[in-house]
Design a protein around this ligand. Sequence first.
Ligand SMILES: [Fe+2]
Ligand SMILES: [Fe+2]
Length: 342
Amino acid sequence: MNIRPLTNTILVVDDMPDNIDVLVGILKDSYNIKVATNGQAALAIAASKSSPDLILLDVAMPGMDGYEVCRILKEDVKTRRIPVIFVTAKSDISDESMGFAIGAEDYITKPVSTPIVRARVATHLALYDQRKTLEDEVKRRTEEIEETRLEIIRRLGRAAEYRDNETGMHVIRMSNYCSLIARALGMSAEEEELILNATPMHDVGKIGIPDSVLLKPGRLDAEERKIMELHCLYGTKIIGEHTSPLLKAAGVIAWEHHERWDGKGYPRGLSGKDIYLYARITAVADVFDALTSKRPYKEPWPADRAVKLLEEERGHQFDPALVPLFIEMLPAVLEIRERFND
Ligand SMILES: [Fe+2]
Ligand SMILES: [Fe+2]
């Protein structure tokens, strides 16, 4: 009696019951065995939750032949990694190359020999396991790198706060408002996420603004305003030039978030849709949060007063399409404001 746990499952596919019996006889003591007598049934088992770890696939079957089954398996992301070993009476070269061409791992010719079947199955299961382990490891590390990258980006966004009178919550609130606008615009979940992660860096350039200007309690004079406006340039320089969509977006947002729809903004006086959409979104969210937050020089405005200003500035400071969208989302906006209160 075999007392080893049968951890691997082999799917045996053949239209002839006698052939199935032979293979099952060879393998049943070492593996869990599933059986299919035609291509359709084999595909259904392969795609099911308890998919096999390896498939022994007869080539010549009525209806869908083994090549067709293999091709479909290798085209489907859910089943493409399962190793396929063809079992065939035809041993001519063209058949073999055809099998490999469509992604089969190996070949066994009928009549099968017990040691060959055992050896090939064991080899390909081991390779499959090894590949799975490697892929899992790569996936884990990739996730780790991605998480680290996001964390650094978040921290970079927060760095500017230490130079400013804004609290850490400002960038969290405004980036969440931005992602609400993105959703209301019908952007994909992916793009929404990108905006959520890129917008917190909009003011990172404030790191380069001297205290005398940045922390000045009163109004800035013309000279000081010019210095203050440099935070857009510094921000885009700090973020740098990248091919990563996230950092690319962050760079443009830092550069353009003070541009105005009517062209009276800075640093370049761009207008309308010449301003990058993400920066137009950022402008609405950033101003709304600044107005509704407490600052050393002012009390927080009530939401309805801030909304009124957005409406007045619709088509002047702000993209006219974005203001109504933002106002429509107001219940969700206020919820975010509540949740990330200073
Ligand atoms: Fe700014
Ligand atoms: Fe801001």
